[in-house]
Design a protein around this ligand. Structure first.
Ligand SMILES: C[S@@+](CC[C@H](N)C(=O)[O-])C[C@H]1O[C@@H](n2cnc3c(N)ncnc32)[C@H](O)[C@@H]1O
Length: 301
C-alpha cells in the first residue's frame, strides 16, 4: 500500500470509532442510515483512490446524509468540501460528528481540508450563488430518492466549473441476485412492499442503469462507468449486522407502508417475524452499485 494511502486509512479508523459512538446516542435520527454508512464503508472507500481529485480542489457532496463520504474525501486530499443535504436533522448530526472528529486530537483529515455543511435541496442549487462553483461533485445514493432526477442533474451541473467532474454512485435492483431466491417469503414480501413504497413516493431503485443517459442528455461527457460489486456466501443469523440493518430499514418504513395501504400493520409484523426465521438459510448474495464519472465540457455546446 502506498504511504499516503496507509496514512488516510488509519484516519478512517478514527472516523469509524466516532460513528460507532454516535450509534449509541439515544434519539439519533435515521439510525439505519448511520448503520448503512458504517456497513458500506469498505465499498464506499474502495472508490477513493480512483477519483480524479487534487489538493486544493473545491468539492460538493449532495445528499450528504451523516457526511461520511465528505469526511472520507477530506482524509485523502487537501480539499475544501461543501456537504449539502435537505434534511436539517442529518446536517445537524453531521456537524456534531465533525466536531467530535476535531475533538479526537488525532489527524482525521489531510492538513488544510475543511468540510462545511449546508441544509438545502438539490433543486435549489442553481440559485445558491453564494456557494460558488466546484471542481468536483458527488451524489451517493441520492438519485434513487428523487422524483425529478434530470432537474437535479441540471442543478448540479450549474455548480460545476467547465471541466468539472460529477461522480454519481447509486443502486440498481436489477443487479441483485440471491440464490436460492427469496420467493414467497417474509423477506420477499417486505422487499416488494419497500420497492412499492419507493415508487409510490416517486423514487426509483432502478436509477443506476438510467444515469448515463440522464447525464448525457444534460450535456455531460461520460468519462467512466463502473460497478462496485459485493458478494457474500453466508448462513446468516438474525444477529448479523447486515440482517439487523435490513430489519431496521424495513422498520423505519413500516408507518409509510401502512399509510400508503401497501401492507397492514399486522401483515408487516408477520412478514418481519418470518424474515427473522428465514435468515437462517444459507444463501449466495451478489449485488452491485453503479458508478458514473461525467465531465462538464470546457466549451458549452
Ligand atoms: C440514502 S441517503 C445517502 C447519504 C450519503 N450520501 C451516503 O452515501 O451515506 C440519501 C440522502 O439524500 C438526502 N436527500 C434526499 N432528497 C434530497 C434532496 N432533494 N436534496 C438534497 N438531499 C436530499 C437525504 O436526506 C439523505 O440524507
Amino acid at each position: 500500500m502506498a504511504e499516503s494511502t496507509s496514512a488516510w486509512t488509519s484516519r478512517l479508523h478514527v472516523h469509524d470509532e466516532v460513528y460507532r459512538d454516535f450509534l449509541n446516542q439515544p434519539d439519533l435520527p435515521q439510525r439505519w442510515l448511520l448503520e448503512q454508512t458504517i456497513y458500506t464503508g469498505p465499498s464506499r472507500r474502495s472508490l477513493l483512490p480512483h477519483l480524479p481529485l487534487k489538493d486544493g480542489m473545491r468539492v460538493l457532496d449532495v445528499g450528504s446524509g451523516f457526511g461520511a463520504l465528505a469526511f472520507d474525501l477530506a482524509a485523502t486530499k487537501r480539499l475544501d468540501i461543501t456537504a449539502l443535504d435537505s434534511d436539517d436533522a442529518l446536517t445537524g448530526v453531521a456537524e456534531r460528528i465533525a466536531r467530535a472528529l476535531d475533538d479526537r486530537l488525532e489527524i482525521v483529515f489531510e492538513l488544510g481540508s475543511r468540510v462545511d455543511f449546508v441544509s438545502a435541496d438539490v433543486y435549489e442549487l442553481r440559485s445558491k450563488e453564494e456557494l460558488g462553483v466546484f471542481d468536483f461533485a458527488t451524489a451517493r445514493f441520492l438519485f434513487q430518492h428523487l422524483s425529478n432526477p434530470y432537474e437535479a442533474v441540471m442543478a448540479l451541473r450549474s455548480r460545476l466549473k467547465p471541466g468539472g467532474v460529477l461522480c454519481v454512485i447509486d443502486v440498481d435492483d436489477g443487479l441483485t441476485i440471491t440464490y436460492p431466491e427469496n420467493t414467497n417469503t417474509g423477506f420477499a414480501a417486505l422487499q416488494r412492499a419497500f420497492a412499492e413504497l419507493q415508487s409510490a413516493e416517486g423514487r426509483d431503485r432502478n436509477i443506476g442503469r438510467k444515469m448515463p443517459h440522464l447525464l448525457k442528455h444534460a450535456g455531460f461527457d461520460i468519462t467512466a462507468t463502473a460497478l462496485l460489486p459485493q458478494t457474500q456466501f453466508i448462513q446468516t443469523t438474525v444477529e448479523d449486522p447486515g440482517v439487523q440493518l435490513t430489519i431496521r430499514r424495513f422498520e423505519a418504513a413500516k408507518d409509510d407502508m401502512v399509510a400508503h395501504g401497501i401492507l397492514g400493520a399486522s401483515q408487516f409484523d408477520d412478514c418481519l417475524a418470518a424474515y427473522r426465521q428465514e435468515v437462517l438459510q444459507p444463501q449466495f448474495h451478489i449485488t452491485s452499485q453503479v458508478v458514473i464519472l461525467a465531465t462538464k465540457p470546457l466549451e458549452e455546446v
